[in-house]
Design a protein around this ligand. Structure first.
Ligand code: GRF
Length: 193
C-alpha cells in the first residue's frame, strides 16, 4: 500500500480526485497527509473536509523552491505521518535534491501538457500560442528538472476553434482527474516504477 503525502499550493482538485479513487477502492493507497506552502489554499480546506491531516508549511525565505529548513521540515512531516510516496498536485515550487534523495523514485507530478511539450508555467497558454491541435496532461516521475522525468501516463485533449486558456484548461482538468488516479493505480499495483 502507498502512503501518500500530497503537496499542493492551490485548489486541490487533483488531490480530491485521487482521494475519491482511493475511497472507491480503485487505488491501494491511503492519504497520509496534505501539505501546502499557501496557508489559505483550498487544498487544505478540502483535506480538512475529507478528514486527512492538513499542514501548512512556511517555505520562507524562498519564493519558488522547497529548500533549506522548510525542506527538512517537509521530510520530517512526511515521516511523522507515515508517508512514503509524494504526490505533487499543483505544488508551485521546485523540489530540490534533499527531498528528491530522501524519496528517490517516489515523487510524481501532474502537468497540463503532453510533456516534453510546454513545460513550466502557463502550459495552456503555451499550447494556444503554439497553435497545436492537441494538448493534454502528463503524470511523470520527478527528477531534478522542471516538468521532466519519466512519463507514467498521458491523456490527450483536442484544442478546439475558439478555445480560450480557460476553456482549454477546464477540459484538461477533466482529463487530469482521470490521469492521476490511473497513474497511482498502476504504481500501487506494481506495474510501473
Ligand atoms: C493542475 O493543472 C496541474 O496540472 C498543475 O497544477 C494544477 C493543479 O490543479 N500542476 P488542482 O490544484 O489540482 O486543482
Amino acid at each position: 500500500m502507498l502512503n501518500l503525502a500530497v503537496f499542493g499550493s492551490g485548489s486541490g482538485s487533483n488531490y480530491q480526485a485521487v482521494a475519491e479513487a482511493i475511497k472507491a477502492g480503485r487505488i491501494n493507497a491511503r492519504i497520509a497527509c496534505v501539505i501546502s506552502d499557501v496557508k489559505e489554499a483550498y487544498i487544505l480546506q478540502r483535506a480538512r473536509n475529507l478528514g486527512h491531516p492538513a499542514v501548512y508549511l512556511d517555505c520562507a525565505p524562498f519564493k519558488t523552491k522547497l529548500d533549506g529548513a522548510a525542506e527538512q521540515r517537509a521530510i520530517e512531516l512526511i515521516k511523522q505521518h507515515g508517508g512514503d510516496f509524494i504526490v505533487l498536485a499543483g505544488f508551485m515550487r521546485i523540489v530540490k535534491p534533499g527531498l528528491l534523495n530522501a524519496f528517490a523514485g517516489r515523487i510524481i507530478n501532474i502537468h497540463p501538457s503532453l510533456l516534453p511539450a510546454f513545460p513550466g508555467l502557463e502550459a495552456g497558454r503555451q499550447a494556444l500560442e503554439a497553435g497545436v491541435k492537441e494538448t493534454g496532461c502528463t503524470v511523470h516521475f520527478v527528477d531534478g528538472g522542471i516538468d521532466s522525468g519519466p512519463v507514467i501516463c498521458q491523456r490527450k485533449v483536442a484544442v478546439l476553434p475558439g478555445d480560450t486558456v480557460e476553456t482549454l484548461m477546464n477540459r484538461i482538468h477533466v482529463q487530469e482527474h482521470l490521469a492521476y488516479p490511473e497513474a497511482l493505480r498502476k504504481i500501487a499495483a506494481g506495474s510501473v516504477g
